[in-house]
Write a protein that binds this ligand. Structure first.
Ligand code: F6P
Length: 376
């Protein structure tokens, strides 16, 4: 788990808030700098002092804080990544340390609390997904005051209908699917594009629909490989001699398991998914006889400049985080529900993820226009 924190010290203008920090869950995400900018500028203009914590929760564990000034957060709105750094291996409740030839997990939560006390941090702003919010809930229970901002390209955070970073990832994934059309149609191939999203299919669903993928495979709807192959064959029969398949990394065949690429035992979330795209391409090629290829888009989806939509969302969330701090409404996560900005208790979110409902309106729309989800 990792953190990209900031601390706000009360300089006499703000009421009640002295300090807070950002925790950025596991990894970088487009729009993260835009949130850091929005919170820092709002807080500083409201009379607070802001301190950035480097590399997320790792910086809290290692006591690495630095004051943030207007100059630090100037000119970062459009920049991807995070000026404070990120780390996906630092869960204070289970921090992996090397002992001889193996990794052991240590509980360093008391150390984190002590560092916050030494740094006179009055409150923290944590920016992250379910992992960060679970970590935050843990620290809240130990007395820290925290405000959360929902961040993840996967869009799988419980309690909010959108997280920042998702729109950028979908744009990148849709562009990749659009571009793959050229080779697919010229060479009469089946092209499978494996997309990120962990255990939720939002990226594949939204990018797939946006780029007119013929087949979309997501974790929420187990697929039958024969149905997928039949869709490709049928398209050939009707003169469409190519098929584009968008597959989420967490998708799995009916009765089968998700594909695991690797295990990172130093990470609080050790499973790295991957491999389903190649499985689908190999099997479809075998069953249909049509040349089939797979590509994995990977971390490209997390990189680059945030879209204007993500910049707006990040600014909206960052400002609301400041409003919550200013109002002394701690231990809440900024969310968007029914298009409105609001907040919910962080404890409500911890340990949960938001997956795609199988009867989602966009799934129904896609099915109505002939997109296959590999289920029937
Ligand atoms: O949660 C964001 C995400 O990019 C997932 O979509 C993906 O499964 C995972 O992180 C990859 O993690 P890492 O960068 O540690 O390989």
């Amino acid at each position: 788990m990792c953190v990209t924190p900031a601390v706000i010290k009360d300089t006499g203008y703000g009421e009640g808030i002295k300090t807070h920090r950002y925790l950025d869950r596991w990894e970088d995400c487009p729009g993260l700098n835009a949130v850091i900018r929005a919170v820092t500028k709002s807080a500083m203009n409201g009379g607070l002092e802001v301190v950035g914590i480097e590399d997320g929760y790792l910086g809290l564990i290692e006591n690495r804080f630095r004051p943030l000034s207007n100059t630090d957060v100037s000119d970062i709105l459009t920049r991807g990544g995070t000026i404070l750094g990120a780390c996906n291996k630092a869960d204070p409740a289970a921090y992996a340390v090397r002992q001889g030839d193996k990794w052991v997990q240590k509980d360093v939560r008391d150390q984190v609390i002590e560092h916050c006390r030494q740094g006179e941090l009055d409150a923290l702003v944590v920016i992250g997904g379910d992992g960060t919010m679970s970590g935050a809930a843990d620290l809240i229970a130990r007395g820290l005051k925290i405000v959360g901002v929902p961040k993840t390209i996967d869009n799988d955070l419980y309690g909010t209908e959108i997280t920042f970073g998702h729109n950028t990832a979908v744009s990148t994934a849709a562009e990749a699917l659009d571009r793959i059309h050229t080779t697919a149609s010229s060479h009469h191939r089946v092209m499978v594009v494996e997309l990120m999203g962990r255990y939720a299919g939002w990226i594949a669903l939204n990018a797939g629909i946006a780029s007119g993928a013929d087949v979309i495979l997501i974790p929420e709807i187990p697929f039958d490989i024969n149905v997928v192959a039949e869709k490709c064959t049928q398209r050939s029969r009707f003169g469409k001699r190519f098929t584009i398949i968008a597959v989420a990394e967490g998708a799995a065949p009916k009765g089968g398991e998700q594909f695991v690429d690797s295990i990172d035992e130093t990470s609080p979330d050790p499973i790295r998914l991957g491999g389903v795209g190649k499985f689908v391409a190999d099997k479809v090629g075998e069953i249909s006889g049509i040349e089939s290829r797979a590509i994995v888009l990977g971390h490209i989806q997390r990189g680059g400049t945030p879209t204007p939509s993500d910049r707006l969302l990040a600014t909206r969330f960052g400002y609301h985080a400041y409003e919550l701090l200013e109002a002394g409404r701690f231990n809440r996560l900024a969310v968007i529900q029914n298009g409105h900005t609001g907040s919910i208790e962080i404890s409500q979110v911890a340990g949960k993820i938001r997956t795609v409902p199988p009867d989602d309106r966009m799934i129904r729309a896609a099915k109505a226009i002939g997109t296959s989800f590999g289920d029937c």
